[in-house]
Design a protein around this ligand. Structure first.
Ligand SMILES: Nc1ncnc2c1ncn2[C@@H]1O[C@H](COP(=O)(O)OP(=O)(O)OP(=O)(O)O)[C@@H](O)[C@H]1O
Length: 371
């Protein structure tokens, strides 16, 4: 577990933020500009000593009423918005700089980092000639090679243009899938959070408004996420079948299974899919004749009117309504016409289901196990 609590004043800004998250996977600190995300991260790194601070990472107490472990004694890797590489050193020396500072057995080696982040082609490139995305990959590699027990990333993609972001996101997804180092990741881009995060800490004006599994918070009617212009549900499950003929795979998620484009094997592999609320329509019965591949029974949990003419319906997959959370954004007119109510079972028709983790796609040349 990572348990953090920081409170104090910075000029006119009052911080009083506490959260407890699993020490595995990616935890996103998400919230509007100025809500205190970077301040919390600096507190975790020990770069800022807030008097009322407490921090425990697994069994290690890094700060409490009596103790304050200085930043250089905390096994933390820090990746900033702009990669601060040494311009006079080669890419390789920048990478091994992290490794040299570590004493004791290494849990991750140069070869693995280079492989995970696709850095080999950059080895001989002078640092000033690297693109923004390439620099950031090297900076992440350097942070990993310092053998951190916790990786802190402060909007690592925000200084990059759309194309560089799209180039680097798959590498982050690979790290997520392959490494066991917990990551605390600041972002105010919900699309990034939906792709990467397992746990969400939602901040607002110096406080933690909510914390918990990403999929649950995305569909929580008390939180602002459901009212965003394009809300979506994120569902996770294991591949249970592939159909190479049609180029489809089946993923078992809590309360049902989804047919998703692509050969996503091997069987048992965990995958994440994103279902935008606007791509889900509702009916009382399963459609007889349709091109839609996914029509799943789901129980209505509730509905919020999100604009004059639109309703966002919260659903749980499965006849018993105990499955994964799903959102449907429907017109108020069709909502009224069907006269649906909370507690009723409907058929949710999913027009689009896309992988939220395309980086883990299996290359076409790899054998796909039989369905
Ligand atoms: N050392 C400081 N002295 C005074 N005020 C500070 C100090 N550091 C941060 N602040 C203020 O604290 C508030 C939170 O800043 P912080 O950088 O943590 O927000 P953030 O959520 O990371 O914002 P952004 O998403 O824009 O990076 C801001 O109002 C900022 O001006």
């Amino acid at each position: 577990m990572i348990e953090a609590a920081f409170s104090g004043r910075l000029g006119s800004f009052a911080l009083d933020a506490a959260f407890r998250v699993p020490a595995r996977g990616i935890t996103a600190l998400f919230g509007p500009s100025g809500c205190g995300k970077t301040t919390v991260l600096r507190g975790i790194a020990g770069l800022m000593r807030l008097p009322g601070g407490r921090l425990r990472v697994n069994e290690e107490v890094w700060q409490d009423g009596r103790r304050f472990v200085p930043p250089h004694r905390r096994a933390i890797g820090y990746v900033f918005q702009e990669a601060s590489l040494f311009p006079h050193l080669s890419v390789q020396s920048n990478l091994t700089f992290g490794l040299r500072r570590h004493r004791g057995p290494a849990q991750i080696g140069l070869e693995e980092v280079v492989d995970l982040l696709g850095i080999a082609p950059l080895f001989d490139r002078p640092v000033p000639l690297l693109s923004g995305g390439e620099r950031q990959r090297v900076a992440i590699g350097r942070a990993l090679l310092s053998q951190p027990r916790l990786l802190l990333m402060d909007e690592p993609l925000s200084a990059l243009d759309r194309m560089s972001k799209d180039e680097i996101l798959p590498y982050l997804e690979r790290l997520h899938a392959s490494l066991s180092i917990p990551v605390i990741y600041i972002s105010h881009d919900i699309a990034e959070v939906e792709r990467l995060a397992d746990t969400l800490v939602l901040m607002e004006a110096g406080r933690v408004r909510a914390q918990g599994p990403l999929a649950e918070l995305l569909a929580d009617p008390a939180l602002p996420l459901i009212h965003m212009p394009e809300p979506a549900a994120v569902l996770e499950g294991a591949v249970i079948g592939t159909d190479p003929d049609y180029g489809l795979s089946e993923i078992s998620v809590p309360g049902g299974s989804l047919v998703v484009p692509g050969n996503l094997g091997p069987l048992g592999m965990r995958r994440r899919v994103r279902v935008p609320a606007s791509d889900v329509s509702l009916g009382r019965h399963a459609p007889a004749d349709t091109t839609i591949l996914n029509a799943l029974p789901a129980r209505i949990e509730g509905a919020e009117q999100t604009s004059d003419h639109q309703v966002t319906v919260r659903l749980r997959l499965g006849e018993d309504g105990h499955g994964a959370a799903l959102l449907a954004r429907v017109s108020r007119k069709s909502w009224d016409r069907l006269a649906l109510r909370a507690g009723e079972t409907v058929v949710a028709r999913l027009k689009a289901v896309s992988l939220a983790d395309p980086a883990r796609d299996i290359a076409p040349s790899e054998p796909v196990p039989p369905p």
